[in-house]
Structures are given as C-alpha cells and as structure tokens.
Design a protein around this ligand. Structure first.
Ligand code: 3AM
Length: 178
C-alpha cells in the first residue's frame, strides 16, 4: 500500500518566505519548510495497481498553467480546538479549474468524492496542543501577510510516509500544465 496525495509544490523562494513565519508558539508542531505544499486532493492508502490508475488519470488532465497568490493566515478547528495554522491561497479560476479536473479524474477511476469544500491553503503548523490565545495573536499579527504571485507550471503526485515527527513527502510524478 502507498499513501498518496495530489498537490502543488512551492518554489524554494516561497518556502523560505513562509519559513520566516514559523516559531514562537509553544506546543505548535511546525511543518518543516521542505514539506510545504498546497494539497489539491488527499487520496490516502491505495494498492500499487490503483496508484498506477491514479497516475494514468492525472496524466490525462489538460489544464492551463496559472499564477498562485498566497495571502493572509488562518486556522482550522477540530473538536473545539484550533488544529492547524495556515497561509491562505487565492481561489483563482486557474487553481479551481485544476482542482476540479483532478477531482473529476479521480472520481472517474472510482475514488470516493471529496466531501470537504476546497479551501486552498499551505499548512504551517499543527496546533492542537498550542495555547489558543497565542494562535489568535499569530493570526492577528500576520493578517496582512502577502507574497508576490508565482507561476504554477505543474502539479505533483506525492507519496507520504508518516514518521514519528514529520511525515516524509516524496514527489513521485510531476504533470505539466499547458
Ligand atoms: O495540505 P494539508 O497540510 O492541509 O493533513 C494532511 C495534509 O493536509 C492531509 O493531506 C495533506 C497531505 O498529507 N490528510 C492527511 N490525512 C488525511 C485524511 N485522512 C488528510 N486529508 C483528508 N483525510
């Protein structure tokens, strides 16, 4: 079995800028900068043959390249706690188009539809053990965070191995955008 997800990789310069946001919140588990990504679709554990079908489905996608704009920070909540801190991503036409192409392609090969609404973001930290007031302070302090747009010319199928600390994400296949 292999654990898969589809995501946009981020250029090193963007990762470096995002990394500057991390730190200063006790209990937060910061994502290592090499792991920053924008998830388009979480797939989960699949058999080798299914992974091959996923690859074929993704390789057939035709979508234009587009620009990605990161701005603002926010949180996800789970079970009454703030579970993650993230940087927001503008939901532009190009991004939404690609995400829906990926979703349709994966449903066509029999994956269950994603029920959650697409909320593009780059996770900075997992925070269920961090003090809420610190997290709220972080969001307020970085509300106006903004990076210049970057060109997205491919999307990536990643495998993920869950480790004790950080997960190890490996880019398995890159798919070019037109
Ligand atoms: O892109 P982010 O960091 O928000 O939390 C995992 C990560 O999200 C998420 O998939 C992304 C790449 O690993 N993820 C992990 N397990 C998941 C699950 N069972 C999941 N998303 C949905 N369902």
């Amino acid at each position: 079995m292999i654990r898969l997800f589809v995501a946009l990789a981020l250029p090193a310069a963007i990762k470096a800028q995002l990394a500057m946001l991390s730190g200063g919140i006790p209990g937060a588990r910061w994502v290592p900068p090499e792991n920053y990504h924008l998830t388009l679709r979480f797939i989960g554990e699949v058999e080798g043959w299914k992974a091959q079908e996923v690859d074929e489905a993704l390789a057939n996608i035709r979508a234009p390249s587009f620009e990605l704009s990161l701005r603002g920070v926010g949180t996800f909540e789970r079970g009454g706690r703030i579970s993650a801190l993230w940087v927001g991503v503008e939901k532009t036409e190009g991004l939404s188009f690609l995400q829906s192409k990926v979703e349709t392609a994966l449903q066509r090969i029999g994956l269950e539809p994603e029920r959650k609404r697409f909320a593009p973001h780059v996770t900075l930290a997992r925070t269920d053990r961090a003090p809420p007031e610190k997290l709220i302070g972080f969001v307020q302090a970085h509300n106006l965070f903004r990076l210049p747009p970057v060109a997205v010319e491919h999307f990536t199928l990643y495998s993920s191995r869950l480790g004790k600390d950080a997960a190890v994400y490996v880019p398995e296949v890159e798919y070019e955008l037109a």
